[in-house]
Design a protein around this ligand. Structure first.
Ligand code: PMP
Length: 297
C-alpha cells in the first residue's frame, strides 16, 4: 500500500559542505523527499487523515479541509485520492506553479488566499469556511492537531535513534507548523534527555524560506511548545539559498530552501563543537522549486 511507504527515509552523512569541522564532528541529513508524496508532510498528513477516519468525525459526504503552504496539501491530496476522499485546500495565491499543478493533478480543490497574508491568510480562510459550513467540511487543522507532532514522535524520532545507533547528540530542524521539531524532539529526549535540540526560524517576518514561520509575528500554532527547544537559531534567507545550492553541487542533494536553512543552522552549530553527531532534516526536494528563478537561475 502507498501509505506503507511513508517514513523510513534515508539518513545520509554530509561529507563535503562539512569541510573544516573538527574531525570528531559528524553531520547527518534525513532526506524526506523520499516519502511517496515528496515531503516530510506525508507523515503528519497520514496520521491526521487516519485519525479523522477512525474517530468517526469524517461522515459520508464531508470534504477534508485545511490550509497549507503546499506540502501538507500535496500529502493530503495524495492520500485522499488513494482513499476516495475529497479535499479542499486554502493556499496562498503566490504558492509556486509546481505546488499548484501537483495539487490539481491529485484532484484537490484549491481556494487561493491573499499572498500578502501568507500562511496566516490561508489559516483564517480555512477557519471561516469550517465555521460557516461545519456539516460540509472536516477541518483537519494541522496547526492544532496533535496527530501532526505525534507522527514524528512515533516515526521520525525512532528512525533517527535507530539509524545513528543511539549516537545522535544534536538535533536541528525548522519550524513551520512546528510538528516536525516538537514531535521529534519529544521522541529523542525520551531516548536520551541530553540530546541538544535546536529550533530554526527565519531571521525576519518577510523571508523567502518556504515552509518556515517567523513565530513572533505569526499566528502561533497551538501545537508549538517553546519549552521543548534547548536553543533557537535564526536563518537568513540568502545564506539558506546559498546552502541549498551547495547541497546540490557539493553533496548531490537537490533539496528545497528550508533544507538550506536547516543545514546552514546545523553547520553553524557543528562549527562550535569538538565532537558530536548532529542530525538535521531536509523537508522536501529542490524539484518543487525549479520554476523560481531567484533560487535556480
Ligand atoms: N519545510 C517545508 C518545505 C515545509 O513544507 C514545512 C511544512 N510547513 C516545513 C519545512 C516545516 O515542517 P513543520 O510543519 O513540521 O514544522
Amino acid at each position: 500500500m502507498l501509505t506503507a511507504r511513508i517514513g523510513n527515509t534515508p539518513l545520509v552523512r554530509l561529507r563535503r559542505v562539512t569541510e573544516g569541522l573538527a574531525p570528531r564532528v559528524q553531520v547527518w541529513a534525513k532526506l524526506e523527499s523520499f516519502n511517496p508524496g515528496g515531503s516530510v508532510k506525508d507523515r503528519a498528513a497520514f496520521a491526521i487523515i487516519r485519525d479523522a477516519e477512525t474517530s468517526g468525525r469524517l461522515r459520508p459526504g464531508m470534504r477534508l479541509l485545511d490550509s497549507s503552504s503546499g506540502n501538507t496539501g500535496i500529502a493530503y491530496g495524495m492520500i485522499a485520492a488513494a482513499r476516495g476522499l475529497h479535499l479542499t485546500l486554502c493556499l496562498p495565491a503566490n504558492a509556486n506553479v509546481e505546488r499548484k499543478k501537483i495539487l490539481r493533478a491529485y484532484g484537490v480543490e484549491i481556494v487561493e488566499t491573499d499572498p500578502l497574508e501568507g500562511s496566516d491568510g490561508a489559516i483564517r480562510q480555512a477557519r471561516a469556511m469550517a465555521a460557516a459550513t461545519p456539516e460540509r467540511y472536516l477541518y483537519l487543522d494541522q496547526y492544532s492537531n496533535p496527530c501532526n507532532w505525534m507522527a514524528h514522535l512515533h516515526s521520525t524520532a525512532p528512525e533517527i535513534w535507530r539509524d545513528t545507533q543511539g549516537a545522535v547528540t544534536h538535533w536541528v530542524a525548522g519550524l513551520g507548523t512546528t510538528g516536525t521539531f516538537v514531535g521529534t524532539t519529544r521522541g529523542l529526549k525520551g531516548y536520551n534527555p541530553d540530546i541538544h535540540c535546536v529550533a530554526v526560524q527565519p531571521d525576519a517576518p518577510f523571508h523567502g524560506l518556504e515552509g518556515l514561520k517567523f513565530l513572533e509575528t505569526s499566528i502561533i500554532p497551538p501545537i508549538w511548545d517553546p519549552s521543548v527547544a534547548d536553543a533557537h537559531m535564526a536563518a537568513p534567507t540568502e545564506a539558506s539559498i546559498t546552502m541549498m545550492r551547495r547541497l546540490a553541487r557539493e553533496e548531490g542533494l537537490l533539496a528545497g530552501v528550508s533544507s538550506g536553512a536547516a543545514v546552514w543552522a546545523a553547520l553553524k552549530l557543528a562549527a562550535g563543537l569538538e565532537q558530536g553527531v548532529v542530525v538535521t532534516l531536509l523537508p522536501d526536494s529542490g524539484e518543487r522549486y525549479l520554476s523560481e528563478s531567484h533560487l535556480w537561475p
